[in-house]
Design a protein around this ligand. Sequence first.
Ligand SMILES: CC(=O)N[C@H](C=O)[C@@H](O)[C@H](O)[C@H](O)COP(=O)(O)O
Length: 233
Amino acid sequence: MGKKNVLNKIKNGLIVSCQARVGWPMYGANIMGALSKAAEKGGAVGIRANAPENIEAIRKVTTLPIMGIHKQWFDESEVYITPTYESAKSIIEAGASIVALDGTQRRRPGGETLESIIKKINSDHPNILVMADCATFEDGQIAEELGADIVSTTLCGYTEETKNVKEVDYVLIHKLSSACNIPIIAEGHIHTKDHARKAIESGAFAVVVGTAITRPEIITKWFVDELKLLAEK
Ligand SMILES: CC(=O)N[C@H](C=O)[C@@H](O)[C@H](O)[C@H](O)COP(=O)(O)O
């Protein structure tokens, strides 16, 4: 599937992030496959998934475009979402149509840079879309200049500079989609259908939802905490 086709498929749609780490109740490639199938049945236009083994399992059960990431942690760097070219290559080989990678200017392991990784993906894998997971407006602008095909708001709330942001930043979505000439995907803290609608109304090309759909332990806690508050009154 070419880049244009993938973009046409996901436009204005919901991408469901199916991820679970070791030790989480939903951990396991088969479970990621089942969650992806369920998301497809519900009308999702794409799946976001972490690590080659999960992407391979998901590829077997759906033809939806997969937005792949490879989370890897290194002592020398805070960057963990697809931090190196090798991590990007591994998820492309597993079947991802979009590679999402940290789109901040923070130092990466092994001396690689956002620019060097984007350049290498674009030259070695011309049919693969590169999505820069950004935290700020400046990150998004730089990522576009460096050749990213998509900018997302994934890391807003998860960097030193943005750590106080706990909700969807619609202003950031609006600013990015007004200033950039590439699609802006809203991701992070989207917990309700109203959040998703407002993100699209703010200019997002598509939305990614993870926790609110694929982490039942957290969703359960949201309900339980609300009932506890009531009981305390
Ligand atoms: C910051 C970071 O590492 N975000 C990760 C990126 O893949 C995931 O842990 C999130 O679940 C995903 O971005 C979707 O966000 P939310 O779960 O809020 O819908």
